[in-house]
Design a protein around this ligand. Structure first.
Ligand code: GLU
Length: 274
């Protein structure tokens, strides 16, 4: 483990199941790097997140010997904060309602793959009937007009620990969703807002989220939030070389504990030399 070198880091799990070794790696990495390390529960998706998973993860982290600083922030209690950001961006003409279904997007001839999946083809941008559809209660998401947003923000980059400054291109993601149809917020919005609110100075997370940093930098620029540093850690891979995931049967920390492994042994399994 390196000596702590960042002021404030955070571990931000989504309580959709039991923690596995990949989560333990992220938590250990955040804790090792931060003089202060916060815990945030990213549970805006009520259909996938369960309170009993939050309770279990708190217990598993304590068993692992990890203690966090300050109060735990539980995102589902703060929808009003996210709504205020959406209002501000909407008032500046940077959001538009999107009525498309997943199938509509996939079927659009111009739909292309970007760093975070299908790039939205812009079908609802500037739609003449948007106001009427909204008034009629049509289900809709709110998307960021990335071209407009970038015209305001200018060129963006981020500082990656060990690599230095890296240019980034939010446009590659297309017009991302900031408020979902089923949830009045989104991962990108909540994570960028909360990192700023909580004074996180170094965002630590798995390398699978490195591409998302472009969108977070754009939101920070638009909202005049401070720019944190970033440290993306290598993902823990299974024997098949693929990232560990619950759906592929990665053992939970709880299962390892019940099989008699000591916390130190599990920490060693999850370690990444940080
Ligand atoms: N909640 C996200 C996850 O569990 C992590 C978000 C982040 O660290 O930026 O994958």
């Amino acid at each position: 483990m390196v000596a702590p070198m960042e002021d404030v880091t955070r571990f931000a799990p989504s309580p959709t199941g039991l923690l596995h070794l990949g989560h333990a790696r992220a938590a250990l990495f955040a804790r090792a790097l931060g003089r202060r390390c916060l815990l945030r529960i990213e549970d805006i998706d009520a259909a996938r997140c369960r309170p009993e998973c939050t309770a279990a993860l708190l217990e598993d982290l304590a068993w692992l010997g990890l203690a966090f600083d300050g109060a735990v922030r539980v995102q589902s209690r703060h929808f009003a904060d996210y709504a205020a950001v959406l209002d501000a961006l909407r008032g500046r003409g940077l959001l538009y309602p999107c009525f498309c279904t997943r199938a509509d997007i996939a079927a659009a001839a111009s739909a292309q793959h970007g760093p975070s999946g299908l790039v939205y083809p812009g079908t609802c941008r500037g739609r003449a009937d948007a106001a009427a559809l909204l008034a009629g209660g049509a289900p809709h998401a709110w998307r960021l007009d990335v071209a407009r947003a970038m015209a305001e923000a200018g060129p963006l980059s981020f500082h990656e620990r060990g690599e230095g400054r890296i240019p980034c291109d939010p446009a590659a993601h297309g017009d991302v969703v900031l408020a979902r149809k089923d949830v009045p917020a989104s991962y990108h919005l909540c994570v960028a807002h909360d990192d700023a609110l909580q004074g996180v100075t170094c965002v630590t997370r798995g390398a699978d989220l490195k591409e998302a940093t472009a969108i977070h930098r754009l939101l920070q620029a638009l909202m005049r939030w401070p720019e944190p540093r970033y440290a993306h850690h290598p993902l823990l891979l299974g024997a098949d070389g693929r990232r560990l995931a619950k759906r592929d049967g990665a053992p939970s920390l709880r299962a390892l504990r019940e099989a008699g492994h000591a916390p130190e042994a599990v920490r060693a399994m999850a370690g990444c030399g940080a």
